[in-house]
Write a new protein. Structure first.
Length: 550
């Protein structure tokens, strides 16, 4: 990491700003060689350097990697100060001096009361996380084969959660075996995750990894009842978290994976208001996550909800693993997931040739090879345009006669202009080929002979189904499994609405009082990022109305 004198990532506080912050902390004398905090520490203070210098190093790297040096007026920390994640690096005193130590819990107070100063610190944290992502810290190392579905799931979680990490590919890295041997491991133990350079996780689940990093509900959930639980951290859920927390509601957001939902895997969203040059789904999700945490919302990842139960004072939200969270109200924003291709042996190749997202991680895997994308919606179009810049050739497989009825015009134009994209209309996948990993796909086109495309990468975007199986029998669902709200829910469950007395029913309220549904999971919703964000923010108004009379 290159340190630049007055860059966004490394601003220098003025004497006036340091004096202003002195009331929040305590001054400490430090000596050369002291560690202010170490890689993997569960909690660390926010340090401002008054005199002397502090080195930030990645101790888990071999040899140790120097990341930055902070002098007078600089400060330590990055987004882990807000997320509660363990320290990603070590802060070591380079020369004797003095520091101002401020507890991490005071940061939100500073951001709320000293807006300009708080914005500068927050901008630095965001930029530092981006730099650490690009650098690939050894603090989190994932060992595994590119053909291992379990390895892919771990890497996808790390990418979607914006966790700086290194992936050591057993199939291409000549030093992989030697690195594993340092921990007494071999290839048969993989996938293996090394956390903080010392904690070894053999074949962990994503949930286990989230717990290790302090990002799971068991670590994040406060243990007491909150005003609002938001289930789902896609655009709708993140918007709800931002508006709820900014208006003073204690808010906990839960998601089974990382942040962003389906939108989080979009390589570039060009029709979202305010971003004329486009923004990736991952960047949009990260900004929303940081915004929510800035206002005090807690976000727990890899926290799968399995039940919602009224308890007389609100609701109990049960998670896999036995954790239960409590809230006075709930917003459900679980979105939708892509349907699966009706092909035999599909499960054998999922995350090992068959993929449902086409982000930067998948693009790096594809390299200069041919890829097949199945689908005709915007997600398929975005994937085709994005991957065409990396892959040798892209085949877009469309069941219908054209793209016009289901894809935005700007994407159709991009696809037509791309020499490396072929659109195969009236075509369907019939068979998957391969043994240990995918090697090809057989396609049937109306009126033509079958053709085989030899590829290791097939991306499926063939429509979506609601993520509501866990709600069956709890709230009113339509025939497709999407959550009914407002008048439709009232018609489906009149007895439930009769118990609400004179309180007006919220437009986004489900058949359970105080439980709302927003975004793609809601029956009749417009399946667009902008509308999901609008519904998530609007739902908070109905939450306030419910809490005022409950």
């Amino acid at each position: 990491m290159t340190m630049e004198p007055e860059s966004l990532a490394f601003p220098t506080l003025s004497d006036e700003q340091m004096t202003c912050l002195s009331e929040y902390g305590r001054e400490l004398t430090v000596a050369e060689g002291d560690a202010l905090f170490r890689q993997g520490d569960a909690r660390s203070d926010f340090y401002i350097i008054l005199d002397g210098e502090i080195d930030i190093v990645d101790e888990a790297s071999t040899p140790e990697m120097h990341l930055a040096t902070h002098g007078r007026g600089r400060f330590t920390g990055e987004l882990n100060m807000l997320t509660g994640q363990a320290a990603l690096a070590t802060a070591r005193v380079r020369t004797d001096g003095r520091v101002l130590a401020i507890e991490a819990t005071c940061l939100r107070v500073i951001m709320a009361t000293h807006v300009e100063l708080g914005d500068m610190v927050l901008a630095a944290f965001v930029e530092r996380r981006a730099m650490l992502m690009k650098e690939g810290l050894a603090d989190l190392r994932i060992f595994g084969s590119r053909y291992s579905p379990a390895t892919h799931q771990l890497r996808e979680f790390a990418e979607r959660s914006r966790l700086p990490h290194k992936w050591i590919d057993l199939d291409s890295d000549p030093e992989a075996d030697a690195m594993l041997a340092q921990f007494g491991l071999n290839a048969s133990d993989t996938p293996v995750v090394i956390c903080h350079g010392r904690q070894v996780l053999k074949n962990p689940t994503v949930e286990t990894l989230a717990q290790c990093l302090g990002l799971h509900a068991r670590s994040v959930a406060p243990g007491q009842r909150v005003d609002l639980i938001v289930i789902g951290a896609g655009p709708a859920g993140l918007a709800a978290a931002v508006y709820a927390a900014s208006e003073g509601l204690s808010t906990l957001t839960l998601d089974v994976g990382g942040v962003g939902g389906q939108a989080g895997s979009s390589s570039k969203i060009e029709n979202y208001l305010g971003f004329p040059t486009g923004i990736s789904g991952a960047d949009l999700a990260e900004r929303a996550m940081v915004q929510a945490m800035k206002f005090g919302a807690r976000i727990a990842l890899s926290s799968e909800v399995i039940a919602l139960r009224p308890d007389g004072h609100g609701y109990l939200v049960d998670l896999v693993g036995g954790t239960t969270a409590e809230a006075r109200s709930v917003i459900i924003a679980t979105g939708a997931r892509y349907r699966k291709l009706p092909l035999s042996r599909l499960g054998q190749f999922e995350c090992n040739g068959i993929y449902y997202t086409a982000g930067e991680m998948e693009a790096r895997l594809c390299g200069p090879e041919e890829v097949v994308i199945i689908g005709s919606g915007n997600s398929a179009g975005q994937a085709a345009v994005f991957l065409s810049a990396r892959a040798r050739h892209v085949y877009l497989v469309v069941r219908g006669d054209d793209l016009a009825h289901s894809m935005s015009r700007y994407l159709i134009d991009r696809i037509r202009e791309a020499d490396t994209i072929d659109v195969l209309v009236r075509t369907q996948a019939r068979e998957l080929l391969g043994d240990a990993h995918l090697e090809g796909v057989v396609l049937d086109t109306d009126g033509e002979a079958s053709r085989t495309i030899h590829t290791k990468f097939v991306f499926s975007f063939i429509g979506a189904e609601a993520c509501t199986r866990w709600l069956d029998g709890t709230v009113a669902l339509d025939r497709s499994g999407f959550i009914m709200t407002g008048a439709a829910a009232e018609q489906a469950a009149p007895a439930s609405f009769a118990r609400r007395n004179s309180r007006p029913t919220g437009l986004l309220e489900t058949s359970l009082p105080g439980v709302f549904a927003v975004g793609d999971v809601r029956s009749g919703s417009v399946k667009r990022v902008a509308s999901a964000v609008g519904e998530g923010s609007m739902a908070v108004k109905f939450v306030h109305e419910f809490l005022a009379v409950s």
